[in-house]
Design a protein around this ligand. Structure first.
Ligand code: IMP
Length: 191
C-alpha cells in the first residue's frame, strides 16, 4: 500500500518506515508534487497534524498522514508544547531551545514532562487520529549526543539516561513517536 507521509525529513521517514514495515511504501510530499512548506499554524498538536494531512489530501487526493510533536513540561504550564520547534527563536535552533528550557527550569523542583505525538491519517477521505506519549523529566543539564531536538535534556521515566544517551532502537521502542506510529501501523495492518 502506498501512502504519503507529510515530511521531507529523511531521518523521520526512515524511522517511521522501519516501524510500519514493508507492506507500506511511504511517499514524500515532494515525490507527489508538493514542494512548498506545508502550513502548521494551529494552537494544538491535533490541529497541526490535521491541518498538514488535509493540505496534502486536498492537493494530491492520495491517502496520507502527518504528525506533530511537542514537549510538555508541567512546571511551565505545558510549554513549550506546540511551539517546541520554535521555543527560543523562529529558526528551529535546538541548542537555543534547550538553553532556554534549562534557564526556565533553573531551581524548579517539579521537573516532570512528557513528549506527545499526534498522527492524523486520511484514508479514502476519512480522518483518524493516533496519539503516543512518553513521560519523564527534564534533567539539570545536557547529556549524550544521539538523537535530536530536546533529547539531551529528557530522561524517560524508569531510566537514568537521557534519550540522547540511547541507541535509536532503544529510543524508538519507548518514544512518543514510536508509540503513535505503532498504533497507526496496527490500524493499517488490521484493514
Ligand atoms: P515535529 O513535530 O516532529 O517536527 O517536532 C517538533 C519539535 O519537537 C522538534 O523540532 C523538536 O524540537 C521536538 N521534538 C520532536 N520529537 C523529538 C524527539 O524525539 N526528541 C527530542 N525532541 C523532539
Amino acid at each position: 500500500m502506498k501512502i504519503v507521509f507529510a515530511t521531507n525529513n529523511a531521518h523521520k521517514l526512515r524511522e517511521v518506515s522501519q516501524i510500519l514495515g514493508q507492506s507500506f511504501e511511504l511517499v514524500t510530499p515532494r515525490e507527489c508534487g508538493v514542494a512548498e512548506d506545508i502550513p502548521e499554524e494551529q494552537p494544538t498538536l491535533e490541529g497541526n497534524a490535521l491541518q498538514k494531512a488535509r493540505y496534502l489530501y486536498e492537493r494530491t487526493g492520495l491517502d496520507c498522514f502527518a504528525d506533530d510533536t511537542g514537549l510538555e513540561v508541567d512546571a511551565l504550564g505545558g510549554a513549550p508544547g506546540v511551539r517546541s520547534a520554535r521555543y527560543a527563536t523562529d529558526g528551529h535552533d535546538p541548542e537555543a531551545n534547550m538553553e532556554l528550557l534549562l534557564k526556565n527550569m533553573d531551581g524548579v523542583a517539579d521537573r516532570s514532562a512528557r513528549f506527545r505525538t499526534v498522527i492524523a491519517l486520511i484514508l479514502s477521505g476519512k480522518e483518524y487520529l493516533f496519539e503516543g506519549e512518553v513521560c519523564g523529566r527534564i534533567s539539570e543539564s545536557r547529556s549524550g549526543s544521539e538523537g535530536f531536538g530536546y533529547d539531551p535534556v529528557f530522561v524517560p521515566a524508569g531510566y537514568d539516561s537521557s534519550f540522547a544517551e540511547m541507541s535509536a532502537e532503544e529510543k524508538n521502542a519507548i518514544s512518543h513517536r514510536g508509540r503513535a506510529v505503532a498504533k497507526l501501523a496496527a490500524f493499517l495492518q488490521s484493514l
